[in-house]
Design a protein around this ligand. Structure first.
Ligand code: DWN
Length: 424
């Protein structure tokens, strides 16, 4: 599938962290997907910023020893997370409810023994989770370098540290706030390239009987659903239980439990502690066994994944080409980070998709990264129904279909592509 995507001028190169060996175990990596030059997944921009748009070389690789899936090069953190960062956890009502429920579960299971537990969240975004913990009586500290979301958290009365998390930040927080009973992170740990520095910082900041709980998109779900769009700059890693078990043990922590959850196209929630005597749960043992059965530690699996994704992309390309030939109008619904990868790989620019609607005010009026498709409001969508809408936020399908019932009542059609290409 050829992409007529113009390779940007060499000058438009982002500063990147590069690695040819596994960041977790130093084994030489094997690359399995080369997407070429890519913009930042959240690099939404105004028309007058297009000339200065920056790119990096997106190559996905796997370690032949610990089978950790990781990017060969990742843009520097402050290129990705900054004062214009446009993602807000509360952009989804379902995710807001998810984090409120998570806070309640964790508080009941692990923190009820401590009178007023101290909870730190790495990547606290707009404070959706931490505010729920604060309401339950915890003392809270958020760590969030992206100013837009951090400002919203502060408006909820939360204390937020705007530094990137690393051992130095951890030592400074320990001085000023003491050790944490719980360190939590959701869709943040997989964003941080120097994985050992993160775990070193967490270990040093955790109470001896404290817990580190985090959730990230799960490699097994990406594999099973062929969700190639989960591969982008912010996702330095696509974790799995085997890899985290090993990284934990290298940093004085123990993975003792894990739970599959259905957020963001399928995630895994990891439970770690410093107590090496703690038994691994039955759920974790069964997840580790399933990972083995799925061929997670066989290189052939990654070759098959690449071919399956290319077939899926071809199917979507054929469907969109057919719809266009039949003069059907096509638009996009939700300008997600994930869609940046898909739009680029299929070169879905304005010749096929004239606009994408999105509920985030900070994205409306801007263009998609790289393919420069205008982003409009949901109001525009409601007043200009296309014949077909591509559901780029397929992970929010239930929430979106519940509020967009009229679209189908008008005889319009949704197009989805995960776990398979289909008209809904
Ligand atoms: O890991 C990450 C996840 C947690 O969030 C980050 N790296 C970036 C981001 O990924 P994403 O952009 O793919 O997240 P979502 O939640 O799949 O998509 C969010 C976008 O969808 C927002 O721009 C808002 C939009 N949206 C919408 O327009 N209408 C979302 C919903 C639910 C809607 O009804």
């Amino acid at each position: 599938m050829s992409s007529t995507f113009d390779k940007p001028h060499a000058l438009n190169r982002l500063p990147v962290t590069r690695t040819e060996t596994c960041r977790a175990c130093k084994t030489p990596l094997i690359s399995f997907f080369d997407f070429g030059m890519m913009p930042l997944a959240n690099g939404f921009l105004f028309p007058n910023q297009v000339a200065d748009e920056k790119f990096y070389h997106l190559v996905s690789a796997v370690c032949p020893s610990c089978f950790l899936v990781q990017l060969l090069e990742q843009p520097m953190p402050d290129s990705m997370f900054h004062d214009q960062y446009p993602f807000f956890t509360s952009s989804s009502k379902e995710m807001t409810v998810h984090f409120q429920k998570t806070a309640l579960e964790i508080h009941k299971k692990l923190l009820s023994f401590s009178p007023n537990p101290f909870v730190i969240e790495i990547g606290s975004n707009d404070g959706t989770f931490l505010h729920a913990m604060q309401q339950l009586g915890s003392k809270c500290l958020g760590i969030e370098p992206s100013q837009g979301p951090a400002q919203r958290a502060k408006q909820l009365g939360l204390e937020v540290d705007s530094r990137f998390f690393n051992p130095q930040t951890a030592a400074s927080i320990q001085q000023t706030h003491g050790n944490a009973d719980l360190i939590y992170a959701a869709n943040a740990i997989c964003h941080i390239s120097d994985i050992h520095s993160v775990f070193t910082g967490i270990k040093s900041l955790l109470q001896p009987d404290g817990f580190f709980i985090f959730e990230d998109p799960y490699w097994l779900d990406v594999l099973e659903k062929k969700s190639i769009d989960q591969i982008y700059d912010e996702h330095a890693y696509l974790f799995h239980a085997h890899a985290i078990e090993k990284i934990a043990s290298q940093n004085g922590l123990k993975l003792f439990h894990a739970e599959r959850i259905n957020t963001h196209g399928g995630s895994l929630r990891y439970f770690l502690c410093a107590d090496h005597q703690r038994e691994q749960s039955k759920e974790l043992l069964s997840i580790l066994e399933k990972e083995q059965e799925t061929g997670l530690n066989q290189l052939e699996t990654y070759h098959e994944f690449r071919l399956a994704c290319l077939e899926q992309l071809n199917q979507l390309h054929r469907l969109l080409t057919d719809l266009t030939m039949r003069q059907k109008s096509i638009a996009g619904y939700a300008a997600t980070s994930k869609s940046t990868t898909l739009l680029h790989l299929l070169n879905l620019n304005t010749s096929i998709i004239p606009w994408i609607c999105d509920s985030t005010p900070e994205k409306q009026g801007k263009l998609t990264p790289g393919t420069h498709i205008p982003i409009v409001s949901p109001k525009f969508f409601h007043e200009n129904y296309p014949d077909c809408a591509i559901l780029f936020a397929y992970n929010h399908e239930k929430e979106i279909f519940e509020k967009e019932t009229d679209f189908r009542l008008q005889g319009k059609q949704w197009i989805s592509y995960v776990p398979s290409v289909r008209i809904l």
